[in-house]
Design a protein around this ligand. Structure first.
Ligand SMILES: [Zn+2]
Length: 205
């Protein structure tokens, strides 16, 4: 199958380990974006190394996961982005290339800082995209793994995922493993990872 599959998981929750086993089972690649100090980050340092050793990519997600990067000065943003990158690189012994904007909030200043620090790409939280991203510093995703919430205009993620998987040359699933646990989405997620696996591996032979 001629489709680029990307999954990405933010915040470095302890449930990333359970998620990583599920991804391995269905041979799905992933990037784990990990902040340095933040309440949702409860992966231990050795767990982050383990994710790397399992073959997954580790990405930057700032030091403190600011509520809105746009409200910080350029220098403050630069420090948030750079110190997290240096920490992760020392931890896994390899250069970190990918970044995700905390809460998807950024502006031109943030992009300048991300480039200055040496990141090659950055992911937003925009959904609904199924063509290959044309701007590496404004990567848009396809579907957010999150329960249906009509009040906030959140569709049924699984229906959206099956629908949008039919189109285009790109599919990017993203979310937070602590939300998968909180909202009991593990079975739904596994059914969809299996769907990706069956499509990718049955048609490529
Ligand atoms: Zn985050």
């Amino acid at each position: 199958m001629d489709k680029k599959i990307v999954t990405s998981w933010d915040d470095g929750s302890f449930y990333d380990l359970r998620l990583s086993d599920l991804l391995l089972k269905y041979k799905i690649p992933a990037i784990f974006y990990i902040p340095t100090f933040w309440t949702q980050r409860d992966l231990r340092d050795e767990d982050i190394v383990e994710l790397k050793q399992k073959g997954f990519e580790i990405g930057g997600h700032t030091v403190t996961h600011p509520i809105d990067m746009k409200t910080l000065t350029y220098d403050q943003q630069l420090r948030e982005i750079a110190k997290n990158k240096i920490w992760l690189e020392e931890l896994i012994g390899e250069q970190i290339k990918s970044f995700a904007y905390p809460r998807g909030r950024y502006d031109e200043t943030t992009i300048l800082a991300v480039k200055e620090v040496g990141f090659e790409n950055a992911r937003t939280t925009a959904i609904g995209n199924f063509v290959l991203p044309d701007d590496p510093y404004r990567i848009r995703t396809t579907v957010h793994v999150y329960p249906e919430t009509p009040k906030y205009n959140k569709p049924d993620w699984l229906k959206e995922a099956y629908r949008l998987f039919q189109y285009g040359d790109y599919f990017h699933l993203w979310g937070h493993s602590w939300e998968i646990e909180k909202f009991k989405l593990w079975d739904q997620l596994e059914s969809f990872l299996k769907h990706i696996y069956e499509n990718v591996y049955s048609q490529s032979q």
